[in-house]
Design a protein around this ligand. Structure first.
Ligand code: ZN
Length: 259
């Protein structure tokens, strides 16, 4: 039991490091397969430096070659992701579902990071998660196929419709096309019955975050807030605590597919 727990936490740390590297590489369009190097002097990072957390602690957060500081975002992402992966493991146990939920949520986290930094939904993690779900539906849970397909079309469709209304009411584009793609993916992975609760909680979190920004930085509401990270957070919370996050706003009484 303890061995599995340790394995899952290490898996989370390693993938956290990987996700942050992927975020930077997709954002800056550098080759994904390149070896990791220092952001300041481009010196290739040694084997120990590549070990999540250990690398940061051993180097005291500085490049060995030029002494430039290594971003705190690396260890932070690694720890955050280890927490995410471990909670997935607590929910699914040592089952095939763990691999499925793990791959879906890692893709969603990458989508959220990229959206947070660039306000764009990148296609690569969307396509990857889509393929994972296809394999899952074809090989393991074919009974969920209709729920998933309905979720895919409804998720993508509802957001197009809201975006269209908003555009006509306010005469400007509010919700990106990317949000429709992301919601389609969430509907495909979790089933159609989570969609309304996902939009509801994402809006609550987005408004809370936007309101805080407004107070702290005195930014105007026109400063666009990426909605993707809040959709991902909402989907995760609904998946983890369905009794509260799904059934409180909407008494659907139905359970989630991804479990
Ligand atoms: Zn350096």
């Amino acid at each position: 039991m303890v061995v599995q727990d340790i394995f899952v936490v290490i898996l989370g740390l390693v993938f956290g490091s990987f996700l942050y590297t992927m975020t930077l590489r997709l954002q800056h369009q550098t080759p994904v397969s390149r070896r990791s190097s220092c952001d300041h002097c481009a010196a290739v990072i040694g084997i120990i430096g590549l070990i999540p957390l250990v690398g940061f602690v051993v180097s005291k957060g500085k490049c060995r070659n030029c002494g430039g500081s290594i971003s705190w975002a690396y260890p932070l992402t690694e720890v955050l992701n280890a927490g995410l992966v471990y909670t997935i493991f607590l929910r699914t146990g040592w089952q095939l579902e763990f691999i499925h939920a793990f791959l879906i949520f890692e893709s969603l986290l990458l989508i959220a990071f990229l959206d947070f930094r660039t306000h764009c939904i990148y296609p690569q993690p969307v396509i990857f998660a889509f393929l994972v779900q296809c394999v899952w539906l074809a090989g393991v849970r074919s009974t969920d196929l209709l729920d998933s397909l309905f979720g895919l079309f409804m998720g993508a469709g509802v957001f197009h419709w809201i975006g269209y209304l908003y555009q006509n009411l306010r005469r400007r584009v509010g919700l990106g096309e990317g949000d429709a793609t992301l919601l389609g993916l969430i509907g495909f992975a979790f089933g159609w019955n989570v969609l309304f609760a996902t939009i509801f909680w994402a809006a609550v979190f987005g408004i809370l975050f936007g309101g805080t920004l407004l107070l702290v930085r005195r930014q105007s509401w026109k400063a666009e807030i990426a909605f993707g990270p809040w959709l991902v957070l909402a989907a995760y919370l609904i998946w983890y605590f369905p009794d509260f996050f799904q059934n409180v706003p909407f008494k659907t009484g139905t359970q989630l597919i991804l479990r």
